[in-house]
Design a binder for this molecule. Structure first.
Ligand code: MEV
Length: 313
């Protein structure tokens, strides 16, 4: 029977500190209930990648599946020449939605490839290889998306220290709404770099403030204080607007959701389109879900915590 390895990894939301985390701030992220699944199956002939209707040979530089090819070529190196494999990718996460789809693809691909090649599959090794893929498409990522997809749960993350899991004493619901406007994280990271060069002192203050916001979120969660958590998310949104990553359509979406029974709402991830998240009041989870499904084409409620990397086979 042909050998097969299957790994899946979740998407993510960011509660505080996106963008500032690239410049050293603490940030808080959590895995969501949408996943990417990658299967690597022994197959005769050339190795190829399959996702929906799209198909491409691993050794073909046709500009498709760049991230996946970067990881596979790195892990398999020369061995790819003798060993044909079929890589199938299926995803619940829209690409470019700010929900960490490329990180989830990177983590599941890196994990499956390392295991298939009988190499080390420690979290550190998977992180290192997955980040190679992320760097190829995002330029200068902090690593928060990859770390969250790998570890799952909720994390306090900084580039300069080990990430810390944030214990949750109860399940928390977050509403996620995709604006339908995909965007490139690398473009947004570059836009923020320009802001930083224009206003270095102000940007430095905001970066430090983002760290304090994240630490305050840790305290709010430890105290089970959801109204405070929501207020901190609202402040985080203001800082993201100041650095120019919110858009008028995201602002309209936020205004609509803020008028519902929620404690806080903000964009999540790189912005410039993408998705927003909201923290519903506990009694309004079902009503809010129904309202969003009626009025928006892509929204879902996720419970936190969720599992990170999972071996499916
Ligand atoms: C993207 O999900 C989060 C950013 O902060 C980029 C990064 O940290 O790699 C915008």
């Amino acid at each position: 029977m042909s050998r097969e390895v299957i790994a899946s990894a979740p998407g993510k939301i960011i509660l505080t500190g996106e963008h500032f985390v690239v410049h050293g701030a603490y940030s808080i992220a959590a895995a969501v209930n949408k996943r990417v699944r990658v299967s690597i199956l022994e197959a005769p002939g050339d190795s190829y990648i399959l996702a929906g209707d799209a198909r491409s040979r691993v050794n073909n530089d046709d500009g498709r599946f760049v991230l996946v090819k970067t990881i596979l070529r790195h892990v398999f190196e020369e061995e790819m020449k003798d060993q044909g494999v079929a890589i199938s990718i299926s995803s619940d996460i829209p690409a470019g939605s700010g929900l960490g789809s490329s990180a989830a693809v990177s983590v599941a691909t890196a994990a499956a490839a390392l295991k298939f090649a009988h190499l080390e599959t420690s979290p550190r090794k998977i992180f290192e290889i997955a980040l190679l893929g992320e760097k190829k498409v995002h330029g200068n990522p902090s690593g928060i998306d990859v770390e969250t997809s790998l570890q799952g749960g909720m994390l306090l993350f900084s580039k300069n220290t080990e990430s810390k899991p944030i214990p949750l004493n109860r399940v928390v619901h977050f509403l996620v709404v995709y604006s339908g406007k995909p965007r490139r994280t690398s473009t947004l990271i570059e836009r923020v770099e320009i802001r930083k060069k224009q206003y270095p002192n102000f940007f430095d203050c905001l970066t430090r403030a983002a760290s304090f916001l994240s630490l305050d979120v840790v305290d709010a969660i430890a105290a089970g204080d959801l109204p405070r958590l929501g207020a901190l998310m609202n402040i985080s949104q203001t800082a993201l607007s100041w650095i120019g990553v919110s858009t008028s359509s995201i602002d309209r979406l936020i205004e609509d959701v803020a008028a519902q029974e929620v404690y806080g709402v903000k964009l999540t991830g790189a912005g410039g389109g993408g998705s927003i998240i909201a923290l519903p009041k506990p009694d309004s989870v079902d009503a809010l879900s129904k309202y969003m499904t009626r009025n928006y084409s892509y929204s879902f409620m996720t419970q936190i915590p969720q599992e990170g990397l999972r071996w499916e086979v």
